[in-house]
Structure formats: C-alpha cells, structure tokens
Design a protein around this ligand. Structure first.
Ligand code: F6R
Ligand code: MG
Ligand code: MG
Length: 362
C-alpha cells in the first residue's frame, strides 16, 4: 500500500511571545481534521506543536505535492490564524505569506517534509520537529545517522544497508540539488553540507533499492519573503528498522547538542537541545533551539502512537551539556560567533548605523 506522510507546519500565532502554541489553536486544527478524516481526505492525522510552530502530521494516499492535501493544510492554518487573532495571540498568521492558495504550499510560508512509500508490514517512522533554528540543523545528525559508522552500527554490520545511502543536497540559493553517494563521496557531501545555511540535505534514499528513507523541509522563509518573516523552523521524517537505521541509531544522531543558527531573533548560534514534548518551549533568550522526536507505527496509513522519544533521562546529559553551552555562548553577548554574521542576522541595525556614521568615518 503506497502511503504518503506529510508533516506540514507553520507559526500562525503563539502565547506569551514566540513561545508556545496554546491548546485552543491545536483544538481548532483538530476540529477541521476530524471532518477531513471522516470524509477520507486524509487517512489519519496528529496535531501537536514544537514551541510556537503548529505541526500537522497527515497520512494519505494522494502522493507528495498533492494540491488537495496542501490546500487542506493551508486552510487549517488560515482558520487557526483567525482563532489566534480572536484571542489576540502574538504574531498571528506570521508564516502565511500569501493571501490565497495556489496549488502547492511550498513557497507560501509553511514548512513541509513529505515522503511517499510502500508501507512495510511493520513501518516505524520518526517525526522530528525543531523550533528556533533552520533546516541546515539536520545536516549534521542526518549525516551521522546515514553515513557515520560511529553512530549507526548497522552501516557496518547490517548487510541490508552496507552499500550505503544516496543524499540529495539542495543549494538553497540556486534552487538546484545534487545527488551524492555515501560512502564513496562522503568528503564531497561534507564539503557541501558543512555550509549549513546554503547546502541542505533534502532527502535520502537507500542505495540497494532506492527506497526513500528521510526527508527534510527545505523552505527558507527569508529567501521566499525577501525580508525577515520568522525562522524557517524545520521538520523531518525518517523511516526506521529492518535494513534501515534502528530508532536508537537515529536518536543517537541527536545525542550531541551541536551548534545551529537561530535562537534569539533568528540571529544567534546556540546548541540544539533534544527535549520531550512538554519541554518543547523556547524560554531562555528565546531558546536554546529545541528538537522533539515522535515515534509512530503506521497501520495501513493509520498513525499508531506517538512515543515521545527524547522524553527519556538518557538525554539528560545532552540537555545539561546544551544548558552549559548556552551559558558559555550567552556570555559573548552581542559578539560573534554567538551572534551571527552581518548578512545572516534576521534583525539588524547595521545599515542604519553605517548611514548615520558615514561622515564620521575618517
Ligand atoms: C526567533 C523568534 C524570536 C523573536 C523575538 C523578537 O525565531 O521568533 O526570538 O525574534 O522574540 O520578536 P518580536 O520582534 O516579535 O518582538
Ligand atoms: Mg516563530
Ligand atoms: Mg518557531
């Protein structure tokens, strides 16, 4: 059975600043999706939030880039925005950049990671959702999961993945992508994806049979809008087990709280902290950036679960490390490299300051 899993998210308003999506908004989204499920527009759905992002996990048989499914999500975000406005929530409708839906939600503001595949007899999937960061935040953990034997033992000892994986890397500035083969081309892959604000892992396939195994949302809000409209907080979907990385190998990729761009005003570098759903809220200096992992089983497209995978004391150490790194970085205040470079900041006064001081530079 060919199933599509679509994770579609948008920041359409939040409570107490850019902090969390309140229950009232999630209920509004669910109210619409109950009907969509009854009318068989989707097989199943799960609504949640990671910080200020409303997250819709949808399953259906309509394939990737389905205009019906994208329009459904768009209409939900529109409706939820109305509710956010009614409640005077903060930044209501922030990520909806267009007035009317035009066939595909990509480029309209919301983020989307989608994958269409033949559901295996038992199909474990992991849905990742991050807040206060950008899609390039997935480059390091996905490389570790699918190319680094020090993370994923199966690359060495499971014959079904020993051949490796194919990474499709998107150049967000040029809008072009390139498919690269691991392990043969890992140095080329790393040469690109180390530049996390430009080259982003878009999807990954297993080489032996070219089945899709991972997909990342690659929308760059700032490039779409040409101005600051909020960080393009990313989502990703990864299939697990039975000749693919085990759930534990996938989560291992996030045990090191690596540095990502985002955090306060989308203009800082900070550690990516893996958290359970109840801690998916960015508080200190609007952060540090958070990531949640939800595990589901598919049952003919129905979502069984979720398991809140980072809600586990084994990730306490990563969280403590992230807090310590946050402390250390915060002491740099307005200095780089804690603060991003001038052309990457989403808020800046530099052009105005330079203009004002023009005649005083001697
Ligand atoms: C970053 C983010 C927040 C806001 C900050 C200022 O992605 O959403 O850090 O940038 O809270 O928000 P405004 O300008 O709305 O007061
Ligand atoms: Mg936001
Ligand atoms: Mg957000």
């Amino acid at each position: 059975m060919k199933i599509t899993v679509s994770i579609i998210k948008a920041d359409v308003g939040s409570l107490a600043g850019h902090h969390i999506v309140p229950y009232e908004l999630k209920r509004e989204a669910e109210r619409i999706l109950i009907k969509s499920k009854e009318e068989k527009e989707v097989i199943d759905y799960y609504v949640t939030n990671c910080g200020d992002d409303l997250e819709l996990v949808l399953t259906h048989e309509k394939g990737s880039d389905s205009p019906e499914v994208h329009e459904l999500a768009w209409n939900i975000f529109k409706k939820v925005t109305e509710k956010a406005k009614e409640l005077h929530l903060y930044a209501a409708g922030q990520d909806l950049l267009k007035e009317a839906f035009s066939g595909n939600i990509k480029g309209m503001g919301p983020g989307i990671a989608e994958m269409e595949f033949d559901e295996r007899p038992s199909e474990p999937i992991v849905v990742f959702m991050a807040d206060k960061t950008e899609p390039g935040a997935f480059n390091l953990p996905l490389f570790r999961i699918f190319a680094d034997p020090f993370c994923t033992a199966g690359l060495v000892i499971d014959p079904r993945m020993h051949e490796g994986f194919k990474f499709r890397v998107l150049d967000v500035k040029e809008g072009k992508s390139v498919a690269l083969s691991s392990p043969e081309e890992i140095y080329d892959i790393l040469a690109l994806i180390g530049t996390t604000n430009r080259y982003i892992i878009q999807d990954i396939h297993r080489k032996r049979d070219y089945i899709p195994v991972a997909a990342v949302s690659t929308t760059k809000l700032s490039l779409i809008a040409g101005r600051y409209v909020g960080k393009d907080d990313p989502v990703a979907l990864v299939r697990a087990q039975h000749g693919l990385p085990a759930v534990g190998e996938i989560l291992e990729g996030f045990s090191f709280p690596h540095l990502v761009s985002g955090w306060m005003r989308g203009s800082h570098i900070g550690p990516l902290m893996p958290v359970g759903l109840s801690n998916a809220k960015c508080t200190r200096f609007d952060g540090p950036p958070r990531i949640v992992a939800l595990g589901f089983q598919l049952m003919n497209g129905k979502l069984i679960g979720p398991a809140d995978l980072f809600n586990d004391p084994v990730f306490d150490e990563a969280r403590t490390q992230a807090s310590r790194i946050a402390d250390y970085l915060r002491r740099h205040g307005p200095f780089m490299p804690h603060r991003l470079g001038a052309d990457e900041m989403e808020y800046t006064t530099l052009p105005d300051v330079l203009k004002k001081l023009k005649d005083r530079f001697k």
